[in-house]
Write a protein that binds this ligand. Structure first.
Ligand code: GLY
Length: 373
Protein backbone atom coordinates (compact mmCIF):
# COMPACT_ATOMS: atom_id res chain seq x y z
CA UNK A 1 0.00 0.00 0.00
CA UNK A 2 1.26 3.49 -0.84
CA UNK A 3 2.36 5.48 2.19
CA UNK A 4 0.79 8.88 2.79
CA UNK A 5 2.85 11.76 1.46
CA UNK A 6 5.47 13.13 3.85
CA UNK A 7 6.07 16.88 3.77
CA UNK A 8 9.51 18.12 4.64
CA UNK A 9 10.21 21.75 5.42
CA UNK A 10 13.61 23.14 6.26
CA UNK A 11 14.28 25.70 8.94
CA UNK A 12 17.14 27.24 7.00
CA UNK A 13 19.48 28.41 9.74
CA UNK A 14 22.79 27.73 7.98
CA UNK A 15 24.87 25.15 9.84
CA UNK A 16 22.01 24.66 12.30
CA UNK A 17 19.39 24.06 9.61
CA UNK A 18 16.95 21.27 10.45
CA UNK A 19 14.00 19.45 8.92
CA UNK A 20 10.38 19.51 10.01
CA UNK A 21 8.81 16.26 8.75
CA UNK A 22 5.04 16.01 8.70
CA UNK A 23 2.95 12.95 7.81
CA UNK A 24 0.12 10.86 9.21
CA UNK A 25 1.74 7.72 10.63
CA UNK A 26 5.23 9.28 10.60
CA UNK A 27 6.10 7.52 13.86
CA UNK A 28 5.88 4.21 12.03
CA UNK A 29 8.45 5.29 9.45
CA UNK A 30 12.22 5.27 9.99
CA UNK A 31 12.65 8.25 7.66
CA UNK A 32 11.12 10.32 10.47
CA UNK A 33 14.61 10.65 11.92
CA UNK A 34 16.71 10.51 8.75
CA UNK A 35 19.98 12.36 9.15
CA UNK A 36 19.83 12.44 12.96
CA UNK A 37 22.88 10.88 14.57
CA UNK A 38 21.87 8.60 17.44
CA UNK A 39 24.74 8.52 19.89
CA UNK A 40 25.32 6.08 22.73
CA UNK A 41 23.46 8.31 25.16
CA UNK A 42 19.87 8.95 24.18
CA UNK A 43 17.40 10.22 26.78
CA UNK A 44 13.73 10.02 25.88
CA UNK A 45 11.78 12.58 27.93
CA UNK A 46 8.02 12.37 28.06
CA UNK A 47 5.12 12.79 30.51
CA UNK A 48 2.80 10.39 32.26
CA UNK A 49 -0.04 10.82 29.74
CA UNK A 50 1.94 10.70 26.51
CA UNK A 51 4.52 8.14 27.64
CA UNK A 52 1.86 5.50 28.24
CA UNK A 53 0.55 5.95 24.70
CA UNK A 54 3.63 6.48 22.54
CA UNK A 55 6.96 5.97 24.38
CA UNK A 56 7.24 2.32 23.38
CA UNK A 57 6.47 3.09 19.73
CA UNK A 58 9.17 5.76 19.65
CA UNK A 59 11.68 3.55 21.44
CA UNK A 60 11.16 0.85 18.81
CA UNK A 61 11.71 3.35 16.03
CA UNK A 62 14.89 4.94 17.36
CA UNK A 63 17.86 3.44 15.55
CA UNK A 64 21.10 2.41 17.23
CA UNK A 65 22.25 -0.48 19.30
CA UNK A 66 21.70 1.19 22.67
CA UNK A 67 18.36 1.31 24.44
CA UNK A 68 17.43 4.93 25.10
CA UNK A 69 16.89 5.82 28.75
CA UNK A 70 13.34 6.87 29.54
CA UNK A 71 12.36 9.71 31.85
CA UNK A 72 8.65 10.22 32.57
CA UNK A 73 7.82 13.63 34.02
CA UNK A 74 4.53 14.71 35.62
CA UNK A 75 2.11 16.24 33.07
CA UNK A 76 0.92 19.85 33.17
CA UNK A 77 2.11 23.44 33.04
CA UNK A 78 2.37 23.52 36.85
CA UNK A 79 5.34 21.14 36.50
CA UNK A 80 7.28 23.27 33.98
CA UNK A 81 9.73 24.26 36.68
CA UNK A 82 13.42 24.34 37.46
CA UNK A 83 12.81 21.48 39.92
CA UNK A 84 11.37 19.23 37.18
CA UNK A 85 14.18 20.28 34.87
CA UNK A 86 16.66 19.19 37.54
CA UNK A 87 15.28 15.67 37.11
CA UNK A 88 16.35 15.76 33.45
CA UNK A 89 19.84 16.87 34.46
CA UNK A 90 19.97 14.07 37.05
CA UNK A 91 18.94 11.50 34.41
CA UNK A 92 21.64 12.78 32.03
CA UNK A 93 24.21 12.62 34.82
CA UNK A 94 23.13 9.08 35.80
CA UNK A 95 23.63 7.86 32.26
CA UNK A 96 26.97 9.69 32.06
CA UNK A 97 25.80 11.60 29.02
CA UNK A 98 28.52 13.55 27.25
CA UNK A 99 28.47 16.33 24.68
CA UNK A 100 27.32 13.91 21.99
CA UNK A 101 24.15 13.02 23.94
CA UNK A 102 20.75 13.33 22.30
CA UNK A 103 17.62 14.35 24.19
CA UNK A 104 14.33 13.28 22.60
CA UNK A 105 11.29 15.35 23.63
CA UNK A 106 8.09 13.35 23.20
CA UNK A 107 5.05 15.34 24.29
CA UNK A 108 3.32 18.69 24.22
CA UNK A 109 4.72 22.15 24.79
CA UNK A 110 5.60 21.56 28.44
CA UNK A 111 7.80 18.53 27.75
CA UNK A 112 9.30 20.14 24.63
CA UNK A 113 10.17 23.39 26.41
CA UNK A 114 11.74 21.61 29.38
CA UNK A 115 13.63 18.92 27.46
CA UNK A 116 14.87 21.61 25.07
CA UNK A 117 15.99 23.82 27.94
CA UNK A 118 17.79 20.92 29.62
CA UNK A 119 19.50 20.14 26.29
CA UNK A 120 20.52 23.80 25.95
CA UNK A 121 22.14 23.70 29.41
CA UNK A 122 23.61 20.20 29.64
CA UNK A 123 27.35 20.57 29.15
CA UNK A 124 26.51 23.97 27.59
CA UNK A 125 24.43 22.47 24.86
CA UNK A 126 23.61 19.06 23.40
CA UNK A 127 21.29 18.10 20.56
CA UNK A 128 17.60 17.46 20.95
CA UNK A 129 14.84 16.10 18.78
CA UNK A 130 11.24 17.30 18.98
CA UNK A 131 8.37 14.82 18.62
CA UNK A 132 5.31 16.96 19.39
CA UNK A 133 2.14 15.13 20.34
CA UNK A 134 -0.33 18.01 20.78
CA UNK A 135 -1.60 20.35 18.08
CA UNK A 136 -0.19 23.32 19.96
CA UNK A 137 3.29 21.81 20.03
CA UNK A 138 3.05 20.73 16.37
CA UNK A 139 2.13 24.20 15.10
CA UNK A 140 4.19 26.35 17.43
CA UNK A 141 6.35 25.32 20.36
CA UNK A 142 8.31 22.44 18.78
CA UNK A 143 9.63 24.68 15.99
CA UNK A 144 11.95 27.64 16.46
CA UNK A 145 14.13 26.75 19.41
CA UNK A 146 12.46 28.64 22.23
CA UNK A 147 13.04 26.61 25.37
CA UNK A 148 12.16 27.62 28.92
CA UNK A 149 10.74 26.90 32.33
CA UNK A 150 8.29 29.01 34.33
CA UNK A 151 8.95 30.78 37.61
CA UNK A 152 6.25 31.63 40.17
CA UNK A 153 6.82 35.24 39.02
CA UNK A 154 6.09 34.57 35.36
CA UNK A 155 5.97 32.20 32.41
CA UNK A 156 9.05 31.20 30.45
CA UNK A 157 11.26 33.64 32.34
CA UNK A 158 14.24 31.28 32.42
CA UNK A 159 15.17 29.86 29.06
CA UNK A 160 17.39 29.81 26.02
CA UNK A 161 17.20 29.87 22.25
CA UNK A 162 18.38 26.40 21.27
CA UNK A 163 17.24 24.88 17.99
CA UNK A 164 16.30 21.19 17.75
CA UNK A 165 18.14 18.96 15.28
CA UNK A 166 14.83 17.79 13.76
CA UNK A 167 11.07 17.96 14.31
CA UNK A 168 8.99 14.84 13.57
CA UNK A 169 5.23 15.45 13.41
CA UNK A 170 2.85 12.51 13.16
CA UNK A 171 -0.51 14.17 12.53
CA UNK A 172 -2.30 10.85 13.19
CA UNK A 173 -1.64 11.41 16.91
CA UNK A 174 -4.20 14.22 16.77
CA UNK A 175 -6.98 11.63 16.48
CA UNK A 176 -6.60 10.78 20.17
CA UNK A 177 -6.15 14.35 21.40
CA UNK A 178 -8.89 15.52 23.80
CA UNK A 179 -11.23 18.12 22.21
CA UNK A 180 -10.14 20.83 24.64
CA UNK A 181 -6.47 20.33 23.71
CA UNK A 182 -7.35 20.40 20.01
CA UNK A 183 -9.13 23.74 20.42
CA UNK A 184 -6.19 25.11 22.41
CA UNK A 185 -3.88 24.27 19.49
CA UNK A 186 -6.27 25.88 17.03
CA UNK A 187 -5.79 29.18 18.88
CA UNK A 188 -2.16 29.18 17.73
CA UNK A 189 -3.23 28.24 14.20
CA UNK A 190 -5.66 31.19 14.14
CA UNK A 191 -2.84 33.38 15.45
CA UNK A 192 -0.79 32.93 12.24
CA UNK A 193 -3.71 34.17 10.16
CA UNK A 194 -4.52 36.99 12.55
CA UNK A 195 -0.99 38.33 12.76
CA UNK A 196 0.13 38.26 9.18
CA UNK A 197 -1.89 36.32 6.64
CA UNK A 198 -5.50 37.33 5.93
CA UNK A 199 -5.73 34.61 3.26
CA UNK A 200 -4.85 31.92 5.82
CA UNK A 201 -7.32 33.49 8.28
CA UNK A 202 -10.06 33.12 5.64
CA UNK A 203 -8.95 29.51 5.04
CA UNK A 204 -9.34 28.77 8.76
CA UNK A 205 -12.80 30.38 8.67
CA UNK A 206 -13.71 28.12 5.74
CA UNK A 207 -12.41 25.01 7.52
CA UNK A 208 -13.32 25.85 11.14
CA UNK A 209 -15.96 23.14 11.49
CA UNK A 210 -13.71 20.48 9.94
CA UNK A 211 -10.77 21.50 12.15
CA UNK A 212 -12.70 21.48 15.39
CA UNK A 213 -14.40 18.25 14.34
CA UNK A 214 -11.01 16.55 14.04
CA UNK A 215 -10.98 16.16 10.22
CA UNK A 216 -7.58 14.59 9.57
CA UNK A 217 -6.98 16.24 6.18
CA UNK A 218 -7.91 19.73 7.35
CA UNK A 219 -5.78 19.35 10.49
CA UNK A 220 -2.75 18.08 8.56
CA UNK A 221 -3.10 21.03 6.19
CA UNK A 222 -3.35 23.45 9.12
CA UNK A 223 -0.20 21.95 10.67
CA UNK A 224 1.70 22.26 7.38
CA UNK A 225 0.64 25.86 6.74
CA UNK A 226 1.36 26.87 10.36
CA UNK A 227 4.83 25.29 10.26
CA UNK A 228 5.54 27.11 6.98
CA UNK A 229 4.67 30.40 8.66
CA UNK A 230 6.67 29.59 11.75
CA UNK A 231 9.76 28.43 9.85
CA UNK A 232 9.75 31.54 7.68
CA UNK A 233 9.57 33.90 10.68
CA UNK A 234 12.20 31.99 12.67
CA UNK A 235 14.64 32.06 9.75
CA UNK A 236 14.11 35.81 9.34
CA UNK A 237 14.52 36.59 13.06
CA UNK A 238 15.77 33.66 15.13
CA UNK A 239 16.32 35.50 18.40
CA UNK A 240 13.34 37.86 18.24
CA UNK A 241 14.98 41.16 17.48
CA UNK A 242 12.02 42.19 15.34
CA UNK A 243 9.47 40.25 13.30
CA UNK A 244 9.40 37.15 15.54
CA UNK A 245 7.80 39.22 18.31
CA UNK A 246 4.62 39.19 16.21
CA UNK A 247 4.24 35.50 17.11
CA UNK A 248 3.43 36.78 20.57
CA UNK A 249 0.12 38.28 19.45
CA UNK A 250 -2.12 37.85 22.51
CA UNK A 251 0.68 36.26 24.53
CA UNK A 252 1.56 39.09 26.94
CA UNK A 253 -2.02 39.07 28.20
CA UNK A 254 -2.10 35.26 28.06
CA UNK A 255 1.05 34.75 30.12
CA UNK A 256 -0.16 37.19 32.78
CA UNK A 257 -3.52 35.41 32.99
CA UNK A 258 -1.87 31.97 33.19
CA UNK A 259 0.49 33.08 35.95
CA UNK A 260 -2.14 34.91 38.00
CA UNK A 261 -4.82 32.24 37.60
CA UNK A 262 -2.29 29.56 38.59
CA UNK A 263 -0.37 27.42 36.10
CA UNK A 264 -2.54 24.65 34.69
CA UNK A 265 -5.83 26.42 35.50
CA UNK A 266 -6.30 27.57 31.94
CA UNK A 267 -4.64 25.93 28.92
CA UNK A 268 -2.03 28.06 27.15
CA UNK A 269 -4.04 28.09 23.91
CA UNK A 270 -7.18 29.18 25.76
CA UNK A 271 -5.25 32.02 27.38
CA UNK A 272 -3.88 32.97 23.96
CA UNK A 273 -7.44 33.16 22.56
CA UNK A 274 -8.47 35.50 25.40
CA UNK A 275 -5.23 37.45 24.98
CA UNK A 276 -5.73 37.91 21.23
CA UNK A 277 -9.22 39.26 21.92
CA UNK A 278 -7.82 41.70 24.48
CA UNK A 279 -5.15 42.85 22.02
CA UNK A 280 -7.80 43.28 19.30
CA UNK A 281 -10.07 45.17 21.70
CA UNK A 282 -7.23 47.47 22.81
CA UNK A 283 -6.34 48.10 19.16
CA UNK A 284 -9.94 49.13 18.42
CA UNK A 285 -10.18 51.31 21.54
CA UNK A 286 -6.96 53.07 20.52
CA UNK A 287 -8.45 53.72 17.07
CA UNK A 288 -5.87 51.50 15.38
CA UNK A 289 -8.18 48.82 13.98
CA UNK A 290 -11.82 48.44 12.95
CA UNK A 291 -14.08 46.97 15.62
CA UNK A 292 -15.42 44.70 12.87
CA UNK A 293 -12.12 42.80 12.77
CA UNK A 294 -12.26 42.13 16.51
CA UNK A 295 -15.79 40.77 16.00
CA UNK A 296 -14.53 38.60 13.13
CA UNK A 297 -11.76 37.19 15.34
CA UNK A 298 -14.23 36.51 18.15
CA UNK A 299 -16.58 34.70 15.76
CA UNK A 300 -13.77 32.44 14.52
CA UNK A 301 -12.43 31.66 18.01
CA UNK A 302 -15.93 30.81 19.20
CA UNK A 303 -16.37 28.41 16.28
CA UNK A 304 -13.06 26.82 17.32
CA UNK A 305 -14.62 26.39 20.79
CA UNK A 306 -12.25 28.78 22.47
CA UNK A 307 -13.00 31.38 25.14
CA UNK A 308 -13.15 34.97 23.86
CA UNK A 309 -13.47 36.57 27.30
CA UNK A 310 -12.12 35.73 30.74
CA UNK A 311 -14.29 32.88 32.08
CA UNK A 312 -16.02 33.61 35.44
CA UNK A 313 -14.05 30.93 37.35
CA UNK A 314 -10.81 32.65 36.28
CA UNK A 315 -12.06 36.25 36.54
CA UNK A 316 -12.88 35.69 40.22
CA UNK A 317 -9.16 35.05 40.91
CA UNK A 318 -7.80 38.03 38.96
CA UNK A 319 -6.91 41.54 39.98
CA UNK A 320 -6.21 44.08 37.19
CA UNK A 321 -3.18 45.68 38.89
CA UNK A 322 -1.62 42.29 39.57
CA UNK A 323 -2.14 41.32 35.91
CA UNK A 324 -0.56 44.55 34.74
CA UNK A 325 2.42 43.96 37.05
CA UNK A 326 2.89 40.53 35.43
CA UNK A 327 2.75 42.12 31.99
CA UNK A 328 5.45 44.56 33.04
CA UNK A 329 7.82 41.62 33.47
CA UNK A 330 7.30 40.51 29.86
CA UNK A 331 10.38 39.76 27.80
CA UNK A 332 9.35 42.15 25.01
CA UNK A 333 9.42 45.25 27.24
CA UNK A 334 12.29 47.70 26.83
CA UNK A 335 13.51 50.32 29.30
CA UNK A 336 10.60 49.54 31.62
CA UNK A 337 8.06 50.48 28.90
CA UNK A 338 5.28 48.11 27.98
CA UNK A 339 5.48 46.74 24.43
CA UNK A 340 2.54 44.80 23.07
CA UNK A 341 1.62 43.17 19.80
CA UNK A 342 -1.46 44.99 18.50
CA UNK A 343 -3.06 44.88 15.07
CA UNK A 344 -4.54 47.10 12.38
CA UNK A 345 -7.00 44.33 11.54
CA UNK A 346 -6.94 40.73 10.33
CA UNK A 347 -3.49 39.88 8.98
CA UNK A 348 -1.77 43.08 10.16
CA UNK A 349 -0.13 42.80 13.58
CA UNK A 350 2.65 45.13 14.66
CA UNK A 351 4.83 45.85 17.69
CA UNK A 352 3.41 48.78 19.66
CA UNK A 353 5.91 50.48 21.95
CA UNK A 354 5.13 53.14 24.50
CA UNK A 355 1.74 51.81 25.44
CA UNK A 356 0.10 53.84 28.17
CA UNK A 357 -0.25 51.38 31.04
CA UNK A 358 -3.34 53.23 32.36
CA UNK A 359 -5.10 52.30 29.15
CA UNK A 360 -4.17 48.64 29.65
CA UNK A 361 -5.27 48.79 33.28
CA UNK A 362 -8.71 50.11 32.23
CA UNK A 363 -9.01 47.35 29.66
CA UNK A 364 -8.09 44.67 32.22
CA UNK A 365 -10.51 46.13 34.78
CA UNK A 366 -13.35 45.98 32.23
CA UNK A 367 -12.39 42.49 31.06
CA UNK A 368 -12.36 41.11 34.61
CA UNK A 369 -15.67 42.84 35.42
CA UNK A 370 -17.21 41.42 32.20
CA UNK A 371 -16.00 37.98 33.25
CA UNK A 372 -17.62 38.30 36.65
CA UNK A 373 -20.90 39.71 35.33
N1 GLY B 1 5.87 30.85 20.34
C1 GLY B 1 6.41 32.05 19.87
C2 GLY B 1 7.74 31.90 19.24
O1 GLY B 1 8.20 30.79 19.03
O2 GLY B 1 8.38 32.87 18.92
Amino acid sequence: MRQPEMHELTVALGERAYPIRIAPGLLERREAFAGVHFSTHVLLVTDGNVGALYAERVRRLLPGSHEPALLVLPAGEQHKTLATCARIFAALADMQAGRDALVVALGGGVVGDMAGFAAACWMRGVRYLQIPTTLLAMVDSSVGGKTAVDLPQGKNLVGAFHQPCAVAIDTRLLASLPARELSAGLAEVAKYGALGDARFFAWIEDHADALVGGDAVALADAVLQSCQHKAQIVVADETEQGERALLNFGHTFAHAIETEAGYGTVLHGEAVAIGMMLAARLSSEMGLAPLMDAARLAALLERLRLPVAIPPRIAARLDPSALLARMQLDKKNRGGRLRLILWRGVGHAFVASDIDSRHVLDLLTDAIADGQA
